[in-house]
Each structure stands twice: as structure tokens, then as C-alpha cells.
Design a protein around this ligand. Structure first.
Ligand code: 3PG
Length: 215
């Protein structure tokens, strides 16, 4: 498995971040995540300035693994790479973007939830898929059912993950890591509740350890 995927897998959770004020919040947020034992972030292009946030995190918190999320175009792939992104996440499976990322030598986690998506991902040689939106698409039951014909994939479910169901997901060996915004909500970030974010990360890491030990 790719070294970035291995690192994400060992952390177990990937905060999915929308930053409205990168200059003010990016570095503080990155430090809060690292302090909580979660040195990884998916910074989404849902907010303008995502590339600025990625750059600030990479430059100021070098131990952090920083990726770009909600990437919808090859232009955004370019922006993300230029900012220093180490992985790309797309909500769906776009063949052109997958091939483009490969040509740029950057790993991509493309959103897949159907047998057709998985089949195309197999043809494209992907190894780790984003499973999005996880809960709304059938959750762990669907992920397990899909792994019968497609045992070659590890998946990163996001969408509807919280401290309540994190352990259940992570105890399934098909799961590489879980993505979520529960530890980086708009309220937590906009009100700069860095200690709370760190606490939520610590709890997530504990749950991940326990789930993996029992899984
Ligand atoms: C994503 O893009 O991965 C999701 O929006 C995260 O879903 P959540 O907000 O339900 O955690």
C-alpha cells in the first residue's frame, strides 16, 4: 500500500475541514489536531482559500499530512499540488481526475458507493476508495456486502461518522480510516475551540485503538 495510505490507516480518522478564515485558523487548527494525535487533514475546496489553508498547514506544521478534499476539477488538483497537498479526495469517481492525479504522481481517494463505481475503480487500479456518503448510502452493511466481490479494496467511509459509530466502522478490516467533520465543525472552528477539537481527536484515537485491537 502507498505510504500516504499507510499513514492515514495508522491514524484511523481523517478530519474533513471547511475553513472560512484560513489566515486566522489554519495553523491553530493543524496544531490542535496534532496535539490530539490526529496529524492529518482533508481541507475541502468547499471554501475559497482552501489552497491557502493547505499551504499554511504544510509550511507551519510539517509533521501534518495535508490533503485536498471536494476536488471537482483538474484545475483544483493543480492548485492543491502547488499548495503542497499530499493527497486528493473527490466526492465521486471521475476517470479524468483519477488519471490526471496519476500523471502528477499524487494519490487520489475517489468517492465510490456502487458496484459500478467499484468496478471502474478496479479497472483504474485504485486501492483505497472513499465511500461517500457512508451512512446515507447503506453504511457498514453495504461496505461489507461490496467487499465480497471486491475484496481488493480498503475504504474510507465519510458522511455521518461520529464518536458513536466510529468504533463499529473501524473494527471492520475493510476500513482504512474514517473521515468526518464531527471534530472540526463550523462551530468549533469559528469559535476557535482548539482544546475541544484536541479532546475530540484524543477520544477518536482511543476509539480507533480499541476498535483495532478488538477487530
Ligand atoms: C465529506 O465530504 O467527507 C463529508 O461531508 C463529511 O461528512 P460529515 O460532515 O457527515 O462528517
Amino acid at each position: 500500500m502507498n505510504i500516504i495510505s499507510e499513514k492515514i490507516m495508522s491514524i484511523g480518522v481523517v478530519p474533513v475541514i471547511k475553513l472560512n478564515n484560513p489566515e486566522r485558523d489554519a495553523v491553530n487548527l493543524a496544531k490542535a489536531l496534532c496535539d490530539g494525535g490526529v496529524p492529518v487533514a482533508e481541507v475541502t475546496f468547499r471554501a475559497a482559500g482552501a489552497d491557502k489553508a493547505i499551504k499554511l498547514m504544510r509550511e507551519n506544521v510539517p509533521e501534518m499530512l495535508v490533503g485536498a478534499g471536494t476536488v471537482l476539477t483538474t484545475e483544483q488538483v493543480d492548485k492543491a499540488i502547488e499548495a503542497g497537498a499530499q493527497f486528493i479526495v473527490t466526492p465521486g469517481l471521475d476517470e479524468e481526475i483519477v488519471k490526471y492525479c496519476r500523471s502528477k504522481d499524487i494519490i487520489i481517494y475517489a468517492g465510490c458507493t456502487t458496484p459500478t463505481d467499484y468496478h471502474t475503480a478496479y479497472r483504474l487500479g485504485l486501492e483505497v476508495l472513499k465511500f461517500f456518503p457512508a451512512e446515507q448510502s447503506g453504511g457498514l452493511a453495504k461496505i461489507k456486502a461490496m467487499s465480497a466481490p471486491f475484496p481488493m479494496f480498503k475504504v474510507m467511509p465519510t458522511g455521518g461518522i461520529s464518536l458513536k459509530n466510529l468504533g463499529e466502522y473501524l473494527s471492520c478490516p475493510v476500513i482504512a480510516a474514517c473521515g468526518g467533520s464531527y471534530m472540526v465543525t463550523a462551530d468549533l472552528i469559528d469559535n476557535q475551540k482548539w482544546d475541544e477539537i484536541t479532546e475530540l481527536c484524543k477520544k477518536s484515537v482511543e476509539i480507533a485503538k480499541e476498535a483495532r485491537n478488538n477487530g
